[in-house]
Design a protein. Structure first.
Length: 317
């Protein structure tokens, strides 16, 4: 946590340069264009991208924008922000890196919030959206995880990646996996907690050769609302701690010798909601469908036959 606070404190200091009271340069890149007070109302010159705010926080509006395939100079993303608190507002249909050659990362920011009634499609060879913390309020978000060449084969392919907390309040989120050489890939990945309070999340790597985990949290995964389909080739869900109080989850392990459909390492507590766990014939028949060292399921609807601390169900053909 100390490292995260240090990084953000640096961003606060360096997120803006002021040469006089009428001219500021923000530490915000969109494509090949750096945002300033002179271009912030029409950053790309076509009326599709604008920024309203200051050096510490602001709103970047995408209005039917196509950022294209040009990464930020000397960097590896189509949009980079060192502004500590950035909101991306979606209007109409927007895309990043969907026109051919794909950037390593799509969006790379500090603390990010995404909202609006529009849509955003992001294609990247590593992380489609990477942030210190991420909150999704609304909007339709499609991420396309792909590595079209061997030069970055050591990278993780990730749809949404946060170093701190990831919060899903609403919206329609889909992670698409495209043919890839990445040795591991995750749909949603957080070094910190993941809180899912609503919306819809669909993660399905069934057409990929990846050893994919659908959703992974290094700390606590909490689900309290929404309807979600989380599929993985290895584990569908992997979290240190898990708490489910509402919503519905359809979790499936699709291929290879998966250890478990859900691997909830230290503790799992189900007090509400509806979870369906499915393992296919290719999954190791000796492995559990749900594994946890400390499992509590009172008040929770789970498909299958429970034997504490392991839940097994009949495998599908």
């Amino acid at each position: 946590m100390r490292k995260v606070i240090l990084l953000l404190s640096i961003a606060v200091i360096s997120s803006c340069h002021s040469y006089d009271k009428n001219y500021k340069i923000f530490e915000l890149w969109v494509g090949e264009t750096k945002v300033t007070t002179r271009n912030q109302d029409d950053i790309l010159g076509d009326g599709t991208v604008s920024y309203k705010g200051d050096c510490n926080s602001g709103v970047l509006t995408l209005n039917n924008a196509s950022i294209g395939d040009h990464a930020v100079p000397n960097s590896e993303a189509a949009i980079i922000s060192e502004i500590p608190n950035l909101t991306i507002r979606l209007v109409g249909d927007n895309s990043i890196g969907m026109g051919g050659k794909t950037n390593v990362n799509g969006i790379y920011t500090c603390n990010l919030k995404i909202e609006g009634d529009g849509s955003l499609a992001v294609s990247a060879r590593a992380s489609c959206i990477k942030a210190d913390s991420l909150t999704i309020v609304s909007g339709k978000i499609d991420t396309y995880v792909q590595t079209p060449d061997h030069e970055i084969a050591s990278y993780l392919g990730i749809g949404l990646w946060t170093q701190d907390v990831m919060t899903i309040l609403g919206g329609d989120i889909t992670v698409h996996y495209v043919s890839s050489f990445s040795p591991l890939s995750y749909g949603l990945y957080s070094v910190g907690d993941i809180n899912i309070n609503g919306g819809s999340i669909t993660i399905s790597p069934e057409d990929s050769q990846l050893l994919a985990v659908g959703l992974i949290s290094s700390e606590t995964l909490t689900i309290s609302g929404g309807e979600h389909s989380i599929y993985g080739i290895d584990d569908a869900i992997n979290s240190r701690h898990f708490l489910m109080t509402g919503g519905s989850v359809d979790a499936k392990a699709l291929d290879f010798s998966a250890d478990a459909v859900c691997r909830l390492v230290m503790s799992a507590q189900f007090s509400g909601g509806d979870m369906t766990l499915t393992s296919f014939e290719k999954v190791d028949p000796s492995g559990p469908t749900l594994f946890s060292r400390d499992l509590k399921t009172e008040g929770m609807k789970i498909s299958g036959e429970l034997t504490d601390p392991i839940l097994r169900i009949v495998k599908e053909d």
